[in-house]
Ligand binder design. Structure first.
Ligand code: ZN
Length: 185
């Protein structure tokens, strides 16, 4: 078990657009397995690399259907359909849930650790998870999906939470994986 510390709301790494992965290196294997362990430990169904301080377009997920965990690298939304409002939580905003508008069905394309194409198509929990994790890679959090009034209320509530201080960019895991490939920067 080698899990990573989570980054929480207020940490600048969560507000930045993550970069495309250009090369599938051994460091990525280590990162992804650490993300699996972190997701498992934190009891999440999805985890995006920025949530462990790494600005790379990678997310892991496990819907507990018996075949996970999985990873998607450089995900792209290729088809969306419908609209649905549902309640979501986020490991980076502990103990709070928000009603957000999502596409009802979605198709996402990316690659796995071996460079094979991955296509995910679905609705319900899978569709919400995919949109939630891709939002993280674009620097968007649940509060950024709320209407202005709900956002204001949520930010007020968040300010009162005692969340861990931002770890800062390029520190911790980021520099630990410092391969010059842009981890954590
Ligand atoms: Zn999240």
């Amino acid at each position: 078990m080698s899990s990573y510390p989570l980054r929480y709301f207020g940490d600048p790494v969560l507000k930045q657009r993550a970069r495309e992965v250009e090369e599938l290196t051994g460091d990525l294997q280590t990162l992804v397995h650490g993300m699996y362990d972190t997701m498992d430990l934190e009891e999440g169904i999805g985890l995006a690399a920025p949530q462990v301080g790494v600005r790379k377009r990678i997310f892991t997920y496990d819907l507990h259907e018996g075949d996970g965990p999985h990873v998607v690298i450089n995900p792209e939304i290729v088809v969306t359909d419908g609209e649905i409002i549902s309640e979501e939580g986020c490991l980076s905003i502990p103990d709070m849930r928000f009603e957000v508008v999502r596409h009802e069905r979605i198709t996402v394309r990316g690659i796995d650790l071996d460079g094979n194409e991955v296509v995910l198509e679905g609705d319900d929990l899978l569709a919400r998870m995919l949109q939630h994790e891709i939002d993280h890679l674009d620097g968007l959090l649940l509060v950024d999906r709320l209407d202005p009034d709900a956002r204001k209320d949520a930010l007020r509530e968040l300010r009162m939470l005692d969340l861990p201080e931002p770890s800062g960019l390029g520190s911790g895991l980021g520099s630990g994986l410092g391969t010059g490939a842009g981890f954590g920067r």
